[in-house]
Design a protein around this ligand. Structure first.
Ligand code: NCD
Length: 377
């Protein structure tokens, strides 16, 4: 039986395809147990669980933090933590590693969200207990990917063979950086749809290619491809992650999902979004049966229940047979004395974290933020 007991989760790439699908199956059982997003009101209490989840959130969050806390409470455990860096000792200048080390003495599991890329990896190293990356800057968001895959599996009954269009700010959006390689690995086809300046970063494209044998198609206009998709995954412009303040102004309104677009889409195509939505999906679309983003968000609770239960060793993962197209391991690069030149990388800001590089698809990338060396911010 596969087990995640005692393991951390920084990137979906750390999970095998069978582990991902096992987690989704367990999440399905959890969904049944809690009535999935359709609270029936009070019910008999779960057996109390002697475990505490600490949520360390240094960046805004609604869904990720509350669904993690709700998941832990639903499992019968307890949740503690902070929702903004100003209410933690970060405001007094404490390092991330020191804060994590301390909190890991107070909890059995940590979920952390942080604006610096690679922060999850620093947290894992500092912690005495398993850590879940709840989003690290523009880098990764593995539990959102599990939530996205759960929706696809639930609605379509499979992931392999689906054609999924990823639309929006693919450059800065961490959800798609985690989702694209996972989809590719599980046999789905990925199409990247973005304004030219918001295209998918090269390392992510290469990782998709590693699984599928070819770089995914990149298009700029959603109209061109919407007629052929099984799911359209929409993301907002990540205005807080542009290098220049206000730099997002040029792309605001560059894409929008509305009724006119959906008139060109297949009748069974799902419209997904990790949320929050800003103006990239017209609220008039919410009534369309293809709009599943709120159901997608509801799935965050059973998915995170499954993950927490597996990591705490409460459940083994159900055995699932999966045809997987595995990703290559990243190989450490010795003797690189250079620093990472991504100014949002955790190694640039956190004291005592020496730079580390790995080779990936023939390129040297930072082991923390996965940006190619000498690419710049
Ligand atoms: C996403 C995130 O934080 O990256 N939100 C979420 O967790 N559901 C998407 C976003 O902020 O655009």
């Amino acid at each position: 039986m596969a087990s995640l007991r005692g393991r951390s989760l920084v990137s979906v790439d750390e999970l095998t395809g069978a582990e991902i699908m096992g987690l989704l199956k367990l999440a399905g059982d959890m969904a049944k147990a809690i009535g999935f997003g359709d609270s029936k009101g009070a019910r008999a209490p779960m057996a109390p669980l002697d475990a505490i989840l600490a949520a360390m959130f240094y960046e805004p969050s609604t869904r990720t933090r509350l669904s993690f806390e709700s998941a832990m409470l639903r499992l019968g455990g307890q949740a503690t933590g902070f929702a903004q860096s100003t209410s933690s000792s970060a405001a007094k200048g404490e390092s991330l590693a020191d804060s994590v080390r301390i909190v890991s003495g107070y909890a059995d599991l940590i979920v952390i969200r942080h604006p610096l890329e690679g922060a999850g990896r620093v947290a894992v190293r500092a912690s005495k207990v398993p850590v879940i990356n709840g989003g690290d800057g523009a880098h990764l968001h593995p539990t959102q990917t599990l939530t996205d895959l759960f929706l696809l599996q639930r609605r379509k009954g499979r992931i392999a063979g689906l054609k999924v269009g990823l639309l929006g700010d693919l450059r800065h959006g961490r959800t798609v950086h985690s989702l694209a390689p996972a989809l590719a690995r599980l046999g789905a086809e990925v199409v990247c749809i973005a304004p030219p300046q918001l295209g998918m970063p090269r390392p992510v494209l290469k990782r998709v290619a590693e699984a599928t044998g070819a770089l995914p198609p990149e298009v700029t206009a959603v109209d061109e491809v919407v007629g052929s998709l099984d799911a359209l995954y929409v993301t907002r412009v990540q205005k807080e992650r542009f290098e220049e303040p206000g730099g997002h102004q040029d792309v605001v309104g560059a894409y929008r999902v509305d009724r006119a677009l959906l008139a060109k889409a297949p009748p069974e195509m799902l419209v997904m979004h990790p949320l929050p939505r800003v103006d990239e999906i017209d609220p008039a679309v919410d009534d369309d049966p293809r709009a599943v983003y709120f159901e997608q968000a509801d799935g965050g609770v059973p998915v995170r229940m499954a993950l927490i239960a597996a990591m705490l060793g409460l459940h083994d993962l159900p055995r699932v047979t999966v045809e997987e197209r595995p990703l290559n391991a990243l190989t450490p690069v010795a003797d690189v004395t250079d620093h990472c030149d991504n100014d949002r990388c955790v190694t640039v800001h956190e004291p005592g974290v020496p730079p580390e590089f790995v080779t990936f698809a023939g390129e040297t990338v930072c082991a923390y933020c996965e940006r190619p060396l000498r690419e710049g911010g």
